[in-house]
Design a protein around this ligand. Structure first.
Ligand SMILES: *Cc1c(COP(=O)(O)O)cnc(C)c1O
Length: 364
């Protein structure tokens, strides 16, 4: 049996008629950039997140850039970013000329280690980027307490954590602003690029709304350097259809994770646990194993697709060589980069496929 790591054909064929009809309606009405489909999606997505409003943008990276601008981050500022995440989390600092300061993670959650974050605060620190990695909410109470004490902002990068909660509260509304990605492979993905900003602070939303469309509050009058970060109409249309399935898809991801946790028995293998503050929405199901590469080869030979997410921690990325980090500086992020392996966990996996993944892991 072959089990792909991810198969987008399954949801996209199942919803083909519905999504293409929604896109066709946008096409026929020339609603290409923002417009009704995007507005409807913004409202529905905000409601799904427990938010009053959402700002639809071109992708998750531009959402982070808009939040950095809304918070007036800039040169001379330091922004604390986990060393183990996708690179875009760090662009939050770099795009506005601020300096990313990389923090180590807790391997149990793959999220920021609050103790290490606290040790990195300086008078120049202006924000913390809390990434809810792989769908797991970060330890927000501790991070918010550190930020409150220092008088700095908390940005939640929710690109992998649609519908995740922290102690029953939706992610994205706990800090100053939350950003989402609708890249096709995310838990909620468009038929192309997309992103959103949510916040409990109305001025954050107003700033994101203004700057996503050239900083133009009044037609052809520009008060600030803005961007063209608008969400496309086709994406609003497609995302509106897919959003209706997000809760069921999330439950299916959790059911698969429960089976993996109950039925995978492999010496030296660390499976993701459920912290007391809330269960992951499992964008990834990522285990750790000291002989990760051999396990991966074994699974490949069994027909099971896997991925190593992420193989290089951010402080050791060539792009940040000038910051002067070296191997050994953030040992837990580095250890995770060398030992993590993500298993297939997309909602359309069949029970037989999940069983084959489990049997293959156990046979290693
Ligand atoms: C995907 C992702 C982003 C960027 O989103 P795009 O829509 O691809 O620009 C940012 N942060 C994290 C953690 C991501 O996984």
């Amino acid at each position: 049996m072959k089990v792909p790591f991810l198969d987008l054909t399954r949801p996209h064929q199942a919803l083909r008629a519905e999504i293409l009809a929604a896109i066709a309606a946008a096409y026929d009405a020339n609603r290409f950039c923002l417009g009704k489909d995007v507005e409807d999606f913004e409202r529905a997505f905000a409601a799904a997140c427990g938010a009053s409003d959402a700002v639809g943008v071109s992708n998750g990276t531009t959402a982070l850039h808009l939040v950095a601008r809304a918070l007036h981050l800039g040169p001379g500022d330091e922004v604390i970013v986990p060393a183990f995440t996708f690179i875009a989390s760090a662009w939050t600092a770099s795009y506005v000329g601020a300096r990313p300061v990389f923090a180590d993670i807790d391997p149990a959650t793959f999220c920021l280690d609050p103790q290490h974050v606290a040790s990195l605060i300086t008078p120049r620190t202006k924000a913390i980027v809390a990434v809810h990695l792989f769908g797991q909410a970060a330890p927000m109470d501790e991070l918010l307490a550190i930020a409150a004490k220092a008088g700095i902002a908390v940005i939640e990068d929710c690109a992998q954590s649609h519908l995740a909660t922290y102690r029953g509260r939706p992610v994205g509304l706990l800090g100053d602003a939350g950003t989402f990605s609708f890249y096709p492979t995310k838990n909620l993905g468009g038929c192309g690029e997309g992103g959103a900003v949510i916040s409990r602070r109305p001025e954050m939303l107003a700033s994101a709304r203004l700057l996503r469309a050239h900083g133009m509050a009044v037609r052809y009058r520009h008060d600030e350097v803005g961007y063209n970060y608008r969400m496309e109409g086709f994406q609003g249309a497609a995302l509106g259809v897919k959003l209706r399935h997000l809760r069921a898809w999330t439950e299916r991801r959790r059911a698969i994770a429960r089976r993996y946790r109950a039925e995978i028995h492999l010496a030296e293998c660390a499976l993701p646990t459920v912290p007391e503050w809330g269960e992951s929405v499992y964008h990834q199901f990522t285990l750790r194993h000291p002989r990760r590469d051999a396990l991966r080869e074994h699974l490949t030979s069994c027909g099971v697709g896997t991925d190593t997410i992420y193989p290089i921690p951010l402080h050791l990325q060539p792009v940040y060589a000038s910051l002067g980090y070296k191997s050994g500086d953030l040992p837990r992020a580095e250890s995770c980069a060398q030992t993590v392996l993500s298993l297939p966990i997309f909602p359309e996996l069949t029970d037989a496929e999940v069983g084959h993944v489990i049997a293959s892991v156990n046979a290693f």
